[in-house]
Every structure is written in structure tokens, then in C-alpha cells.
Design a protein around this ligand. Sequence first.
Ligand SMILES: NC(=O)N[C@@H](CC(=O)O)C(=O)O
Ligand SMILES: [Zn+2]
Ligand SMILES: [Zn+2]
Length: 343
Amino acid sequence: MQRITLTRPDDWHLHLRDGELLATVLPHTAAVFGRAIIMPNLKPPVTTVDQAAAYRERILAALPAGMRFEPLMTLYLTDNTPPAEIEKAAESGFVHAVKLYPAGATTNSDAGVTDLARCDETLATMAEKGLPLCVHGEVTRDEVDIFDREAHFIDEVLDPLVQRHTGLRVVFEHITTKAAVDYLEQAPDRVGATLTVQHLMANRNHMLVGGVRPHYYCLPILKRERDREALVAAATSGHPRFFLGTDSAPHPKGAKESACGCAGVYSAHAALPFYAEVFEAAGALDKLEGFASHHGADFYGLPRNADTVTLEKAPTPVPEAYPAGDDTLVPFRAGGEVAWRVA
Ligand SMILES: NC(=O)N[C@@H](CC(=O)O)C(=O)O
Ligand SMILES: [Zn+2]
Ligand SMILES: [Zn+2]
């Protein structure tokens, strides 16, 4: 059997939610990943260091006995996040980033930022204290087509931000376009990007041809095949500023299969095997370890994990659904097979 052993990976963009859903999804991630950047878009959002501390405790309490996993907490940036909260976060030891959601851009982003100019002092404090900014990179203006929202964000928001705050580290989350790859390739070293399973594996045809498939619906929305190809080329290139961030975003089945379905794809059940498939198909399995286990830690200035995981090439069934409270959770490739498994 074909096997590959790599430094234990980390997930640099993860939604764990809370309560019953947290208990369902956390073991999937913690069984494989050493650490994850935990997204703060709960209801209500995690906007303070005290809320982040309490959420961190709930995550650790939900961790099955014997599993080791370090949640790297984030704060949800609002128009009114005070610089003093950034200083407190930087000193906390457990808050590792601040998340920018343009108001209205995605799931639970209503409390997000309406105008980045209002955050200028707060962003300057982040740069000074070395706290990175993670961004959901889409503009929200009604007149901008949903498929163009990431490209507009680069020119209208991201590049001006990177130019203005010259000491700020920025992670362009879940990139979906060739435009984003091109931007990253010429951006300063303090700009990184995460890539998800679904954006590396699927294009918008998967979501829309032959019927609408709500389990492929996420934000930023899946793009064209040429975009997907550019993302795969970037992820598998060995470039140190592209790294693994699943954006695994669980929603109950009922909320996905609805007249107004929620955005988010659940992939944590087999995240590393999915990435292995992508890298294998690209003839780049030798680049998987850098992408999954080295580049993100290096970017965040954290030590790489000291232990390893082993992947085995063995076709492994994916369940139709996982139980999740009164509802269920439909995973990526539900009812199908994934070519690799974690030993
Ligand atoms: N990606 C998504 O489609 N959904 C995420 C939010 C996000 O990461 O934008 C979620 O929280 O459900
Ligand atoms: Zn997002
Ligand atoms: Zn996300």
C-alpha cells in the first residue's frame, strides 16, 4: 500500500461552531490536525478577548479524552473594535489573528465592518503588535456580480490595505480566482492565502449543472474551471505563502437544503485525504507537506508540529450524513469514496 508520512498538519481556517455541532465536528479535525485558526462568526460573534477565552474553554471541554488539539483563537473585527482590545489580544497568548468580515459578505457577517477606514487605528495597532488580519475577501455592493466580488475586493480593498499598513500581515482567506493567485504572486511576503478543499476540487458547474446542488454552495462562490486550475497550480507549487485552510463550515442539512440555503461546505471529516487527492492528481504529492504542515506555521510565526501523520492510499467510504443534534450534517462527497485515509 502506498503511504506518505508528513509533519502533523494545521488548518488555518476552520469553523467549529458551538454546542451540539461543535461536539460533532471537533473530533474530525482534532484527530488529524495539531492546531486550527478558529473562526469567530458565532451568534453573537466573538468580538472580545474574554469571549475568545470562553469559546476556547468550550472547545477544549468538547475535545474527546486523549486527543490533543490547540485552538488558535481569533477576534471578529467590527467598526468599533478598540485598539486596547488588540493590545489585550496580542498579550493573551491564545488569540492569533483578527478576522475581517465585510458586513453582509457571508454567514454571520452582519456585525462585520461597514467601512475599513473606521478601523484604521485598530489595524495600525495590529501591525505594531504583530497580530495578523484574516480577510473574507469580497465586496458587498449590490451592483457587483457575485462571481466578481473577490476580484473587486483585491483592487478596491485588499491592495489599498496592504499598501497603507506596511507592517500588517494579511491572510487572504479561501481564495477562489486566478486573479487572487496573480495578486499573491506579486504581493509582499507579509501577505498569505488559504485554499479550501472545495475550491481546489470543484467549479461552478459542479454546483449548477443538472440541478442546483446546495452542498456545493459556499462563499466565495465556486468559480470557473480556469480559476480552479490556477488555484491547484498555486497550492501545489511549493510557494510558501499558499497554505491549507479548509474553511470547513458545517450547517445542518435542513439549513442547506432550503429555499434560501446557507453558505458553507463541510469537509473536516476527510480534509487531509481530499487535499492528498488534489496533490496526487497534480503529480505533486511531494509538495503536500509544505502546503499542509509548514507554510502556515511559518507565516504565523509558530513552530511546526513536532509529530507526524501517515496517509495510506486506500479507498474509504464517506457517509451520507453525520448525526448533528435533531438534524444531520451532509459532508463533502457524501455517499462517495475518498482515495486516501489517515492511518
Ligand atoms: N464559507 C462559507 O460559505 N461559509 C462560512 C463563512 C465564511 O467563511 O465565509 C460559514 O461560517 O458558514
Ligand atoms: Zn469567508
Ligand atoms: Zn470560513
